[in-house]
Design a protein around this ligand. Structure first.
Ligand SMILES: CC(C)(COP(=O)(O)OP(=O)(O)OC[C@H]1O[C@@H](n2cnc3c(N)ncnc32)[C@H](O)[C@@H]1OP(=O)(O)O)[C@@H](O)C(=O)NCCC(=O)NCCS
Length: 195
């Protein structure tokens, strides 16, 4: 299945909007990452040092080619406000480790610290997963959570992902190896017509 072009993609539930990352999001990403470094650093490899505007701009500029090649789908999580308001950047999410043969992908997410606890991560998962199943033709979406990341384990559970088991030596952050819990979503979990 051919994915939609990035410009056509805008996923919303009326409270949050997921938009493929664009340069206009760069300053929002820098501010959101840097206010959240203490919470992101234990779990997210990209947050081992403060974000810089040039670094984030470079990352954003790489994304259209990765999208076109079906390798990575990176989204900004935005507050769904009135059309004339500058949307607040709430965090990031997306798919990586996209497998072209088996049509599975890893779903990642983070939420800026000042907006945690509002249900944003739980809300973004069905939006993004629905896009993955419908528009990318995925058969399986994986959510890999470090065994000690209790907030994220709770998010995966609340989003209805199936807890499948413990994976040893699954995550390497710096020099630290971590166990992780594999979760999955399949189309039927969202009420979509396939298995
Ligand atoms: C994990 C994270 C995405 C959660 O985002 P969020 O928008 O606050 O999540 P939600 O509000 O949808 O749900 C959070 C749930 O975790 C619970 N929670 C928060 N901290 C917790 C903790 N230390 N132990 C157990 N549960 C915890 C909350 O109470 C809530 O559950 P509830 O609704 O039953 O009360 C956010 O904290 C984050 O970005 N963390 C750093 C990056 C990260 O870990 N990303 C995921 C990698 S797999």
């Amino acid at each position: 299945m051919q994915p939609l072009s990035r410009d056509q993609v805008c996923l919303t539930d009326g409270v949050i909007t997921l938009h493929p990352v664009r340069l206009e999001h760069a300053e929002g990403f820098v501010a959101a990452i840097n206010e959240s470094l203490a919470e992101l650093r234990p779990w997210m490899s990209f947050a081992q040092a403060p974000a810089t505007l040039p670094g984030i701009r470079d990352w954003i500029e790489d994304q259209p080619a990765l999208w076109e090649r079906g390798l990575n789908y990176a989204f900004a999580v935005l507050e769904a406000g009135a059309a004339d308001e500058e949307p607040v950047l709430l965090g990031g999410c997306g798919f990586n480790f996209v497998h072209p043969v088996h049509r599975l992908a890893n779903l990642i997410y983070w939420v800026r610290t000042s907006r945690c606890g509002e249900g944003i991560a739980t809300r973004l998962i069905p939006l993004l997963a629905g896009f993955g199943f419908r528009s990318l033709g995925l058969n399986r979406i994986e959510i890999v959570v470090a065994a000690g990341n209790h907030a994220s384990l709770r998010v995966a559970e609340k989003a209805g992902a199936l807890r499948e088991g413990l994976m040893r030596n699954r995550i390497l952050l710096g020099d630290t190896l971590q166990e992780a819990i594999m979760h999955s979503l399949i189309p039927g979990d969202l009420g979509l017509g396939r298995e």
